[in-house]
Write a protein that binds this ligand. Structure first.
Ligand code: NFS
Ligand code: SF4
Length: 632
């Protein structure tokens, strides 16, 4: 590991060396001990779905075992494993959406949770066909919550598809029979069909995966975003900072890590509590510095401007600064390594969710019914821990960058209207954006999303790709840990316009936006789907006709696999910068990177080299432009 470059981020590199000096291990050390990943698993060829196995198929066709004991071929095993990844990813996003719906169900005027965005509540109620006239706001909120919760398990009918999906797309899904039924049902359907001795046909398994993934993209994730906006407000543009340099020497540093805003919103509130601020003085600190990590960080960054301490691969490094009083987590993307690491410093590692208990953690269960009190208890623990900080062990890197964040679709439309149309009536739509796309001032748009993965130099692919896109007049929208990589690299600041091509730079200037728009957490990819659908509708075309693509350059999680499937099913070509575990089946590779296009008008591209991927994306965008020109 000594000479290998592990990260494109200076703060990260500095803390990797500190880890070495401190004698603590990080993900990169464990990666070295692990050596190469298992060759069978890497290709998707290992099956342990029943106790006759585990079976593994030889990666060399024609040599060694070509079938499992039951006769399952490589195609069957690979597609079953992939479908299970989609089911797991869908369940993670959707269970998050369900939790938020439960919180909305308990919203009340004087309670812990209230309705911050009444306009959004009315919009969502309308789209769900719920009568809004003369209704008490909270009664309506509860009705919306019930409707949402019902989408998980309704016994008959199909998922309510949002109106942002173009009519042609909806019809296509109907024709292909991939309109999801209830959200939970689709996950169960995959778990059933991938049980030993059930579905054994790659194409059918992939079709099922598309349906399940759509239940994520237009069900669980979509509602997760919408209901969070209702409860906590639809994001507006605001300034913030990103990277480990946002930690402070004289403040109680709290890292919020995980996903569901129900917890992080309350911690942000509790950090302003008068009683707790008094306690802060008593322990000799100057204040409470709440910062975020991963997607819950994105949620509070978008809505409150809470600073971002870092993305996925920086979670251990935050502890290694020695300056963090508490890492507070809820669910997803949390390293089980954290409790042991925290022991080596003074940091308290606090789990809060019954869905994610971790051995060695301090568990303070977060109860939504008494949310504020629970949050106060958690913050109090952090404050009381300040006295244990060992100043000699502290190193806070100097790196941080300025970022403008908060680009919900409503905010994008407001920006477009305020500036582009200041002399005429505001359109209240994405029309100015659609015009920029058709005229060619903007060549296209790309969504850069997803995680970090130590298989790649941390943040490097994301940054290279984003820079190449904006230099070529392709506007970037970003979510998740990719958006945080962009923030740290200064690409979310308005100054980043200087890196943009002439067309994009002009648009940014006029509309007063950075060339890379932070649209939120990973469930907020629903915002991107809505944006694409609305632009397609304005032009009277389908999503797949637009010069728009998506990429997850450094993905690692099953959630990313689910996202990739619903994005492709939505008609948007998707690049994967990490090779998924499918290479053991020529059939599966052929379907996903080729034949699927005949079905849904889009496909997967697998390309680990960021420059090659960038070139392919630009080519594809230009091809779509030529086709669109002919259509219009
Ligand atoms: Ni997305 Fe969030 Fe980051 Fe990847 Fe994890 S935080 S939901 S999964 S690692 S982008
Ligand atoms: Fe082996 Fe078939 Fe059992 Fe999988 S389901 S472990 S391939 S026997």
């Amino acid at each position: 590991m000594d000479d290998k470059i592990l990260t494109a981020d200076k703060a990260t590199a500095e803390l990797i060396s500190k880890a070495k000096n401190d004698g603590v291990e990080t993900v990169w050390d464990r990666q070295q001990i692990m050596k190469a990943p298992c060759g069978f698993g890497e290709k998707g060829l290992c099956c342990r779905l029943c106790a006759m196995g585990p079976c593994r198929i030889s990666p060399t066709p024609g040599k060694g075992a070509q079938k499992g004991l039951c006769g399952a071929t490589a195609d069957v095993i690979v597609s079953r494993n992939l479908a299970r990844m989609v089911a797991a990813g869908t369940s993670a996003h959707s269970d998050h959406g369900r939790s938020i719906a439960h919180v909305l169900h308990m919203a009340s005027k004087d309670g812990n949770y209230t309705v911050k965005d009444e306009r959004k509540l009315l919009e969502v109620a309308k789209r769900l066909g719920i009568e809004t006239e003369n209704k008490d706001m909270f009664d309506l909120a509860h009705e919306v919550a019930e409707y949402a919760l019902n989408e998980y398990g309704k016994p008959f009918g199909k998922l309510t598809i949002p109106p942002s999906v173009p009519e042609q797309r909806r019809k296509l899904w109907e024709k292909l029979d991939i309109v999801p039924r209830a959200i939970d049902r689709e996950v169960v359907a995959i778990m059933h069909s991938t049980h030993m001795g059930c579905m054994a046909d790659a194409e059918s398994l992939i079709t099922m995966s598309l349906r399940t993934a759509l239940a994520d993209g237009y069900g669980g994730s979509y509602m997760g975003t919408e209901i969070s906006d209702i409860l906590f407000g639809t994001p507006v543009a605001r300034s913030t900072e990103a990277n480990l340099g946002v930690l402070e020497h004289n403040a109680v540093n709290i890292i919020l890590h995980g996903h569901e805003p129900a917890l992080s919103e309350m911690i942000v509130l509790a950090a302003d509590d008068a009683e707790l601020l008094k306690l802060v003085k008593e322990v000799g600190a100057e204040g409470i510095n709440v910062t975020g990590m991963c997607c819950t960080g994105n949620e509070v960054m978008m809505r409150h401007g809470v600073k971002i301490a870092g993305n996925f691969l920086q979670q251990e490094l935050a502890v290694i600064t020695g300056a963090v009083e508490a890492v507070v987590v809820d669910v997803q993307c949390i390293f089980p390594a954290l409790p042991e690491l925290a022991e080596a410093y003074h940091t308290k590692f606090i789990t809060t969710s019954p869905k994610a208990r971790i051995t060695g953690a301090t568990h303070i269960e977060f109860d939504e019914a008494t949310a504020y009190e629970s949050a106060k208890n958690i913050v109090r623990e952090a404050i009381l821990n300040y006295k244990n900080r060992n100043k000699e062990k502290v190193f806070i890197p100097g790196s941080k960058n300025h970022a403008t964040v908060g680009f919900s679709n409503r905010t994008i439309i407001n920006h477009l209207d305020k500036v582009v149309n200041s002399h005429i009536d505001p359109t209240g739509t994405f029309k100015p954006l659609a015009d920029c796309l058709t005229s060619g001032v903007l060549r296209g748009a790309v969504g850069v999303v997803g995680c970090n993965n130590p298989k790649k130099v941390h943040d490097q692919s994301m940054i290279e790709i984003i820079k190449t896109m904006i230099a070529n007049d392709i506007i970037v929208v970003a979510t998740g840990c990719a958006a945080q990589a962009a923030a740290k690299a200064g690409l979310l600041s308005k100054d980043a316009r200087r890196l943009a091509g002439k067309g994009l730079a002009t648009v940014c200037e006029l509309v007063d936006i950075p060339p890379v728009l932070h649209m939120g957490s990973c469930v907020d990819i629903s915002r991107i789907m809505e944006l694409v659908g609305e632009v397609a509708k304005l032009l009277g075309v389908d999503n797949c006709d637009l010069p728009v693509v998506g990429i997850a350059p450094e993905w690692m999680s099953e959630k990313a696999v689910a996202i990739g499937h619903y994005v492709v099913a939505s008609g948007i070509d998707t690049w994967l910068g990490i090779t998924p575990p499918i290479m053991g089946s020529e059939e599966v590779v052929d379907i996903l990177t080729n034949r699927i296009e005949e079905m849904v008008g889009a496909k997967f591209f697998i390309e680990e080299d960021p420059m090659k991927a960038s070139r392919q994306m630009i080519e594809r965008i230009e091809l779509k432009r030529r086709r669109l020109d002919k259509k219009m």
